[in-house]
Ligand binder design. Structure first.
Ligand code: F0G
Length: 456
């Protein structure tokens, strides 16, 4: 059979509240054209994020009931720790309430004024935590990773020559080398195993620790299995273990490839760093056998980690994105190619060429998509990354709109509905207008800033 089906049946459903286009036009205006301001029951298909929005399995809900809520030494912690170490064999596994809490702890140790931290592309919370510590974050992804049309199979790869030169130039100012798999902010593009090993070797040659932001490690492993020479006959857990084998630690959001609605961890090998991290954890998150989580969350993650590496799931997961990308491409909508792991990315700058990057073409596209189809997406471009630490504003590398696909949540007809909405959008794209930011906070402005639509 050629059709790749959702490899699950649905036992429990959540109704979607239908809205009209006129209602949505009013609702988004009342939210100052910021999609984060909408109530989620005013959204038909919520593609704002794939983070914590997935459907848990019957086995996960069963595991929830087993959660042991003891303050110290809960068996749920040990099941969680063992499940993590089965895939990522780091010495210390430190649970946090989500990925950014792990980042905050990491950069309370590694950050600080005068320091600089390279990655392929830092995600916004990683960058936010680095900058809040007074350090600077730099992105060194390969050139193909910035070209939406390039068909390079591993567009998330780090530019090894640039990393080497960067480490030679900045020397003592670099406390750690980071790598995000998959590269979310760069289009959900994977990093090859060869590149992961090369980053590790380059960091080691300069005497620097190497940490992976592993949020979407299973999707990344699927791309390695299907695209990297010599990996086809290997199991996903084997590939995952290889990805982390040369790293000194990782940060993780279990809301992605942990298949959970909340959770994360910081993992590392160094005993002294682990002690510092646990001291911070106790002060800000909780005792080291629960971090910021309840026992039932730890159980859901432990079970989720055994499900996320299932090949039938990963095949269906990646195929869903490819299907949407193929259909949008056929309609002439410029999309980041090849399809990414967790999301479909629209090249808004390339499609809405009449809107200047500093008038946020991605925001214009995201607002119109909500008005037309009730679809909530997310700008990943100049709104998110344009504001510099010195207060100036420059266009981001790309102006993308992300349709993040929650795990096991929507079906094929939802995908067809999304494609249909783009058909309508194509008809009216010349009439879309840019925006200006009327108010913004100092850091991570995209969550709360207010927009005004520009006139004609
Ligand atoms: N790193 C990456 C690559 C991420 O995508 C995220 C979250 C985080 C770290 C932080 O994890 O949310 O658990 O604190 N990304 C979500 C998204 C929010 O929509 O892409 P968190």
């Amino acid at each position: 059979m050629k059709t790749i089906i959702e490899p699950f049946r649905i036992k429990s459903v959540e109704p979607i509240r239908m809205t009209t286009r006129a209602e949505r036009a009013r609702l988004i205006r009342e939210s100052h054209f910021n999609l984060f301001g909408l109530h989620s029951d005013d959204v038909l298909i919520d593609l704002l994020t794939d983070s914590g929005t997935g459907a848990m399995s019957a086995a996960q809900w069963g595991a929830v009931m087993r959660g042991d809520e003891s303050y110290a030494g809960s068996p749920s912690f040990f099941r969680f720790r063992d499940a993590v170490q089965n895939l990522m064999p780091f010495r210390h596994i430190i649970p946090t309430h989500q990925g950014r809490a792990a980042e905050a702890i990491l950069f309370s140790i590694f950050g600080g004024p005068g320091r600089v931290i390279p990655s392929n592309t830092h995600f916004d919370t990683t960058r936010g935590n680095i900058e809040a510590s007074g350090a600077l974050a730099h992105d060194l992804v390969i050139a193909e990773g910035r070209d939406p049309a390039s068909e390079h199979p591993f567009k998330g790869n780090m530019d090894i020559a640039r990393l080497d030169a960067y480490l030679a130039e900045h020397g003592d100012a670099v406390p750690v080398v980071m790598l995000t798999i998959t590269n979310n902010a760069g289009g959900g593009q994977p990093v090859s195993l060869e590149n992961i090993r090369a980053v590790a070797a380059t960091a080691r040659a300069h005497g620097k620790p190497f940490f992976i932001d592993g949020c979407r490690f299973a999707e990344n492993a699927w791309f390695i299995k299907t695209r990297e020479p010599g990996q086809q006959d290997r199991s996903i857990p084997e590939i995952v273990r290889d990805c982390f084998a040369d790293a000194d630690g990782m940060t993780m959001s279990a809301k992605k490839d942990g298949f959970a609605n909340i959770g994360g961890w910081l993992a590392l090998n160094d005993d002294d760093l682990a002690e510092q991290a646990r001291a911070h954890l106790i002060r800000t998150e909780g005792f080291p056998t629960y971090g910021g989580l309840s026992g039932r969350d730890l159980e859901a993650i432990a079970q989720g980690l055994s499900e996320i590496v299932d090949e039938d799931y990963l095949r269906y997961r990646i195929r869903t994105n490819e299907y949407i990308v193929e259909r949008l491409s056929a309609m002439g909508v410029p999309v980041v190619r090849p399809a990414g792991g967790h999301a479909v990315f629209i090249d808004a700058r390339g499609w809405l060429t009449h809107i200047d990057p500093l008038s946020y073409p991605g925001q214009a596209l995201a607002v119109a998509l909500y008005e037309i189809g009730g679809i909530r997406s997310c700008e990943i471009g100049t709104v998110m990354f344009g504001r510099q630490p010195d207060g100036t504003e420059v266009p981001a590398a790309m102006d993308l709109v992300r349709l993040a696909i929650p795990r096991r949540t929507y079906t094929q007809s939802h995908a067809d509905f999304i494609v249909e909405a783009f058909g309508e959008l194509a008809e009216m794209r010349d009439s879309l207008r840019g925006y200006r930011i009327a108010w913004e906070p100092k850091l991570m402005r995209h969550f709360t800033c207010r927009f005004e639509k520009l006139a004609g």
